[in-house]
Design a protein around this ligand. Structure first.
Ligand code: FHN
Length: 433
């Protein structure tokens, strides 16, 4: 009887989810859409040798046993979640996502489903997720937890490495794995109550094989207000482009670019290819201008310390976001590039247009096709009032004049300067008939 009730409630929930009114989803997504910036944290035993997370044994760069020897070196000896949360807050991020379990199957919490956790198998010998969640919440940050559906260590997961499969089709073993996966997700959901579940590793099997629809309904029953990313076979809430800044605005209303700060997700001491603050801020601006979020990844060392290069980047990112917070948090995608040759954003009521200016312009800024009257123009975070000049407005033409804005050198930000243009109402752009 209990099973029948559970099945029925699942069916009801999955129907309700598939018919979730836009207004309810919009409310659920609002903090995410306003947040703009999150910090991704890949932390696991792969930091011990400083090698690719999970992939290094899957791709055969070293044997599984060699990879798992890293368990003995993972200490979390200097893990300070309060300091992490304060740095994340200082970076301007409004949420963070920690890898609770990557494809290698090593859980960062005291899972009851098996012994493969940092609690039971490493010198860290404690749950690292609970203090992470508590520290984030103390800093008024939203909590995200990454979870890998696939688990290359689990004896019932069909894939072991790129060249070795445990089995092809064995419904008993696959169902046993699905039960394991479901129970671990339930642990993560009902123990930590994350605001965001960041799934990964759904690519080996279809939504039907993963029973993704029912899983999404279960998550809704455990966490009715939680947001779920796209990597649950099409049953997620938002798109997750990875590493490459989208060239065109993604079709999904909600999306988040996840990107490494150098070229590695986890800590790799040999990877010195850190992006500069200017490169990261300009990528972040591109995401804001296209109405999306940036999830910037850091990789703490095995002892829990965050590499100094990453701390420095997060601090400069924080300086910039704090100075320009009006043009970041709560804004929406800007106007098409035909009207201003650069990234722009709009206030929620669409009456303030923000222009993002890279470097030092060689002449005045130019806005075309703006039908609005301009009430005021100023430099965000600096306050200097600027004087727009409208030229080429012909009395006989419908085409709006050209708006020129001179930008004096002393107002320029060392990274990206932001100009606010207060309009006489919601932005109104001229369109050729
Ligand atoms: O395979 C993982 C990879 O290790 C990393 O965790 C990224 C982060 O988005 N996700 C997968 C690759 O898409």
């Amino acid at each position: 009887m209990k099973y029948v009730v559970a099945l029925l409630s699942m069916l009801l929930l999955s129907t309700a989810l598939s018919q979730e009114p836009d207004s309810i989803k919009e409310r659920r997504m609002r903090w995410f859409e306003d947040a703009k910036l999150g910090i991704f944290i890949h932390w696991g035993i792969y930091a011990v040798n400083g090698i690719d997370e999970s992939w290094s044994f899957y791709n055969g760069y070293l044997t599984y046993d060699e990879y798992m020897k890293q368990l003995k070196g993972f200490t979390a000896a200097k893990y300070d979640p309060t300091a992490w949360a304060r740095l994340i807050r200082e970076s301007g991020a409004r949420y963070a996502v920690l890898t609770s379990k990557h494809h290698d199957g090593v859980a960062l919490w005291d899972t009851r489903q098996n012994d493969l956790s940092v609690v039971k198998k490493t010198p860290a010998a404690r749950d690292l997720v609970t203090p992470f969640c508590a520290a984030l919440r103390k800093e008024d940050l939203k909590v995200g937890l990454y979870f890998s559906h696939l688990d290359w260590s689990h004896p019932d997961y069909p894939h072991f490495t790129r060249t070795q499969k445990r089995y092809d089709t064995d419904s008993v073993r696959w169902q046993r794995f699905l039960t394991f996966q479901r129970r671990q997700i339930e642990e993560v959901a009902t123990t930590f109550h994350p605001d965001l579940l960041w799934f990964d590793g759904d690519w080996d099997y279809s939504a039907e094989q993963w029973d993704a629809k029912a899983m999404r309904a279960r998550i809704a029953s455990w966490l009715p207000n939680a947001i779920v990313n796209s990597r649950i076979n099409g049953y997620g809430d938002y798109a997750t482009p990875e590493q490459g800044v989208p060239i065109a605005t993604p079709k999904s209303r909600w999306w988040e670019l996840c990107m490494t700060i150098n070229d590695s997700w986890g800590y790799q001491g040999n990877d010195r290819n850190f992006k500069s603050p200017n490169q990261i801020i300009r990528i972040f601006v591109d995401c804001i201008a296209m109405g999306g979020n940036l999830l910037l990844d850091i990789g703490p060392k095995e002892d829990g310390t965050i590499p100094q290069e990453e701390v420095s980047v997060l601090k400069e990112l924080g300086r910039w976001t704090k100075k320009h917070e009006d043009a970041v948090y709560g804004t929406r995608a800007g106007i098409p590039k035909e009207y201003f040759y650069g990234p722009t954003a709009l206030s929620k009521d669409r009456t303030t247009l923000y222009l993002f200016v890279d470097g030092k312009p060689n002449g005045p800024l130019l806005i075309k096709g703006l039908k609005n009257k301009i009430n005021r123009v100023w430099v965000v975070g600096n306050g200097t009032k600027l004087n727009p000049k409208v030229m080429m407005k012909m009395y006989w033409s419908q085409i709006p004049g050209l708006v020129y804005i001179d930008l004096p050198d002393h107002v320029l930000d060392p990274q990206v300067t932001v100009i606010a243009v207060l309009l006489d109402g919601p932005v109104d752009l001229f369109h050729e008939q």
